[in-house]
Design a protein around this ligand. Structure first.
Ligand code: GLN
Length: 560
């Protein structure tokens, strides 16, 4: 029997960047999955970096890590959060990766004397990667980064034009995401940017089949008709994506616009009506939580660009969903805490029911994070440290409890007398920066009876990593003797994976990135329990103040 062929949906974006192609793709994927189809995704990024791993979070937002250790675009996080599809190394392709492969083939003489060119060699490399990475799905949603009209996205658009042609009728659709802005002065929604964007698409030979129009208000029938007329897209294939109150409402909104039904019709797919009850429950919980609010301070360096902490932000929200509470997030710039006096620190952090220090690289703001961790430890505020956040919790404990004066991570002070965080020998050999960290899923064993094992309800776990530095094994004993518990390690015990502080209401750190695996319908236990502890503190404080007393839990003496 011939293998069933994968049908394609190609997502492109027009008018402006950050238009939400990733979320539109992920939401459509969720709807198709809710119809019982096997869905996968791919992201094609036109930049020349081989992967986003070497890019600053300010440039590119979060680097999303897959189980198999690829450093990828943050849209892959949306795909994994919205569906059960699992992304891997082949799911994110960049211009850099394509050229690297083509140039190596040329050096090996594999092109047999041909002149190597953008068409067909680069486009063929793109096409073969798309075919390879999507072959086991019913439907593959392939998103092209950037905006149509960018010079660098042309080879990708040419490749999808060819793939669409080769797939034939009913096997591929092109979905174009555009903007329909409201111009206040004219009191009108404007369709011209969409018209121009579709014109660009048609110039390169791809007629969009579905238009997803981002807008801040519903599109009337007459506006849709106007867009349809000028863009040559049938009116019932013009879909409004009205700004949602939260991203998990998007599948519901797009379904109401009929997008999944239309896509199935165009792809000639017979499927059941989608079961959206899960999404409805998530949306309901998000909009009307019944158990109050937990205020969480996220103390980090990249707080001015939310995309840098995309998965983290979502995972905290998921923790709120699991606890049926609202989570109020306060992003605190760690650099501003560096110079803060004790009183200013108190002012900035005393409103927080929980303090989270996320992952990061580089020295800026590090001392501010250490201060925030010290505050959480001493005041019994629930604390969650992730990757760098855990490493700095070890530094703080070493300095302020274990009397290791000047303790630091070797990342920030190579000559510290107490390098409690240091490179393992294998990382010392590394010269290239790209793809050389400890990356991807590794197993971790949790101590029986530890808080960590209670949270997970297991002692064997697997989580995703992205770091170079580790807890220094030479100083581990000394820290443990002073009360810091190393509750999770690699199975060979060489690497510390989790820490906790017995006697503190909730103080947990992990070397890995649990936020990468949290989903709205299966929130990650570490976020569920951190939000739970924060909510408990909020309630205890509220009960205390309503009785007119301050019975906030205190642990002024170090908990050792
Ligand atoms: N900079 C630290 C390391 O490389 C932490 C990395 C992170 O937080 N992802 O180990």
């Amino acid at each position: 029997m011939a293998a069933k062929r994968t049908k394609y949906i190609f997502t492109t974006g027009g008018v402006v960047s950050s238009i939400g192609k990733g979320l539109a793709s992920a939401s459509l994927g969720a709807l198709l999955e809710a119809r019982g189809l096997r869905v996968t995704f791919m992201k094609l990024d036109p930049y020349i970096n081989v992967d986003p791993g070497t890019m600053s979070p300010y440039q590119h937002g979060e680097v999303y890590v897959t189980d198999d250790g690829a450093e990828t675009d943050l849209d892959l996080g949306h795909y994994e959060r919205f569906t059960s599809a699992r992304m891997s190394r082949g799911s994110n392709v960049t211009t850099g990766k394509i050229y690297q492969a083509v140039i190596s083939k040329e050096r090996r003489g594999e092109y047999l004397g041909a002149t190597v060119q953008v068409i067909p060699h680069i486009t063929d490399e793109i096409k073969s990667r798309v075919i390879e990475a999507t072959q086991n799905a019913d439907v593959a949603i392939i998103e092209i980064g950037g905006t149509v009209g960018d010079i660098e996205s042309l080879p990708f658009l040419e490749a999808i034009r060819q793939l669409k042609l080769e797939a034939g009728a009913n096997n591929a659709v092109s979905m174009h995401v555009t903007l329909v802005p409201w111009i206040g002065a004219a009191g009108e929604l404007k369709t011209k940017p969409t018209q121009h964007s579709v014109k660009e698409m048609r110039e390169i030979g791809v007629q969009p089949d579905i238009l997803v129009c981002r807008t801040d208000r519903p599109l009337s029938r007459s506006i849709k008709e106007k867009i349809s007329m000028f863009s040559n897209v049938p009116v019932d294939q013009v879909v409004a994506a009205v700004d949602a109150s939260n991203i998990y409402e998007l599948p519901i909104l797009l379904n109401a616009e009929g997008i999944d039904e239309k896509v199935c019709e165009l792809l000639n797919i017979w499927s059941r009506a989608p079961d959206l009850s899960g999404w409805q429950r998530v949306h309901e919980r998000f909009t009307r939580p019944t158990k109050g609010t937990a205020k969480i301070a996220v103390v980090g360096k990249y707080v001015h660009l939310r995309d840098s902490y995309k998965s983290l932000h979502e995972a905290i929200i998921h923790g709120g969903l699991a606890n049926d509470c609202r989570v109020e997030l306060d992003y605190v710039d760690s650099e501003q805490l560096e110079k803060a006096s004790a009183q200013e620190l108190e002012q900035r952090l005393s409103g927080a029911d929980g303090i989270l220090v996320p992952g990061g690289f580089g020295e800026r703001g590090v001392e501010g994070k250490i201060k925030a961790i010290g505050y959480a430890r001493e005041h019994g505020v629930p604390f969650f440290g992730i990757c760098l956040g855990m490493q700095l919790a070890v530094v703080e404990y070493a300095r302020n409890v274990a009397s290791m004066e000047g303790a630091n991570s070797a990342e920030f002070d190579a000559s510290s007398r107490f390098p409690v965080i240091d490179l393992m020998p294998e990382q010392r050999q590394v010269r290239d920066k790209g793809a050389t960290m400890r990356l991807g899923a590794y197993p971790c064993r949790l101590d029986q009876g530890s808080l960590a094992s209670t949270i997970y309800g297991a002692t064997e776990i697997s989580e995703r990593h992205r770091h170079r530095y580790e807890v220094n094994n030479d100083l581990r004993e000394q820290l443990a003797a002073k009360g810091l518990r190393f509750s999770g390690t690699s199975p060979d015990k060489r690497l510390v994976e989790m820490i906790e502080l017995p006697g503190h209401p909730y103080f947990v750190g992990c070397q890995f990135h649990p936020e990468l695996k949290s989903r709205p319908m299966s929130p990650h236990p570490l976020f569920v329990h951190f939000v739970k502890a924060s909510l408990e503190r909020a309630r205890a404080l509220a009960a205390g103040s309503s009785r007119g007393t301050d019975d906030r839990p205190r642990a002024d003496a170090p908990a050792n």
